[in-house]
Design a protein around this ligand. Structure first.
Ligand code: ZN
Length: 130
């Protein structure tokens, strides 16, 4: 019996949604921990409006979710396995795994980066006392 086309459409919809360079980058970034739009903005060096648009597409397909904390909205993966699919696709496409590692942007002022910055500077001042 022929499978109903909706079955293939479901798979196709998911692949189409993640099959965009900017969205791939967003998903890899969120895969290492939730992020706000301003974080993605400094990471990807793209306009906030454009990033928001991509986040909306990902959320509509139920790939990511968001939560509000104060004036910041944080985005996270609904299903972390999506990162595995992207890494696998990268592997097949011949991309070196370590080149996909996402580094935090140094110029970001989001609460998450500020927190990490504080931890780093505290550690280095501790080291200074020794
Ligand atoms: Zn940040």
């Amino acid at each position: 019996m022929k499978q109903p086309i909706t079955l293939y459409t479901q798979i196709s919809n998911l692949l189409t949604t993640i099959g965009n360079p900017v969205r791939v980058q967003i998903l890899l970034a969120i895969g290492t921990g939730e992020a706000c739009v301003c974080h993605l903005e400094s990471l990807l060096e793209l306009r906030q409006a454009y990033i928001s648009q991509q986040l909306m597409i990902l959320r509509k397909q139920k790939i990511i979710n968001s939560r509000r904390e104060g004036k910041y909205v944080y985005y996270q993966l609904l299903n972390p396995e999506i990162v595995g699919i992207i890494q696998k696709a990268g592997e097949i496409a011949g991309v070196q795994d370590d080149t996909l590692a996402i580094q935090n942007p140094s110029n970001c002022k989001c609460p998450k980066c500020k927190m990490e910055e504080n931890i780093t500077s505290r550690n280095s001042s501790d080291r200074g006392k020794e």
